[in-house]
Design a binder for this molecule. Structure first.
Ligand code: DGL
Length: 256
């Protein structure tokens, strides 16, 4: 088969990357996508760097063995820990995601609160991003448990309202003008977060990743030029999650 008709692989530790998949499918409606969530090993945010790198390598190998033409690492944690090593190992285009701190800082006069996992926050790649943005403006808040709770409450995210209010309450009256959702899982609870910071604009990296993916495909002559709507398939390291991802996709594709 001609390479441009192959699917694009999208990977996350669990369900968070489905929000990135949505942004990509929206601007690339003729592409086929293969989503892989490593829910069996999720969340990654409290694991050691070496383990995150190893799991990410395994996931990308699985996608490549299924014949994808490019891979999107739809996970800030896996991107920060492993993207450089992945790119040196594979010839295929590998696109990562990073917290949207640059646009948030550019567009905001007040404080910028960055929510992300513990593992993402300690990566040199993240620290260098922060240095470029001006430390006095940015508050970094690594969260230990939110991604896990989101995985446990798939389809019932409103159950997390009280928990999210509790963990974010220390920043409620700090003049936060922008909140960066630096973990793709958090996008599922963005409405809850928005209500806690009514004066703030919320940022995520999804649209940027989707645009970058499109440009990369065009640049490499890999854009699927067929006219019919692309197919989206889901698979997981935990087989029972395949239908759970599929249901979540059908239910939530309208609200991101
Ligand atoms: N969705 C992921 C991210 O963007 C990781 C969540 C986790 O596995 O801890 O960082």
């Amino acid at each position: 088969m001609c390479k441009k008709y192959l699917p694009i692989g999208v990977f996350d530790s669990g369900v968070g990357g489905i929000t990135v998949l949505k942004a990509c499918a929206d601007i690339l409606p003729h592409e086929n996508f293969l989503y892989y969530g490593d829910t069996k090993n999720s969340p990654y945010g409290n694991l050691a760097d070496q383990k995150i790198t190893q799991l990410t390598f395994n996931a990308v190998d699985r996608l490549i063995s299924k014949g994808v033409k490019a891979v999107v690492i739809a996970c800030n944690t896996a991107t920060a820990a492993a993207i450089n090593a992945l790119r040196s190992k594979h010839d295929i285009e590998i696109i990562g995601i990073e917290p949207a701190i640059k646009p948030a800082c550019l567009m905001t006069n007040g404080k910028v609160l960055v929510l992300l996992t513990k593992a993402a926050a300690r990566q040199p790649k993240f620290k260098s991003l922060i240095k470029q943005c001006g430390l006095q403006k940015v508050i970094i808040y690594p969260l230990c448990d939110l991604a896990r709770k989101i995985e446990q409450n798939i389809g019932r995210f409103e159950n997390l309202k009280e928990y999210i209010h509790k963990i974010l309450s220390p920043y409620k009256d700090c003049g936060i003008k922008a909140v960066v959702l630096g973990c793709t899982h958090y996008i599922f609870v963005k409405d809850i977060i928005a209500k806690i910071f009514p004066q703030a604009v919320l940022y995520d990296g999804n649209a940027g990743v989707a645009r970058y993916l499109k440009n990369t495909l065009i640049k490499n002559g890999l854009l699927n030029d067929q006219n019919q709507k692309g197919k989206i398939e889901f698979f997981s390291s935990d087989v029972k999650y395949q239908s759970i991802y599929q249901n979540l996709w059908s239910k939530y594709t309208n609200i991101f």
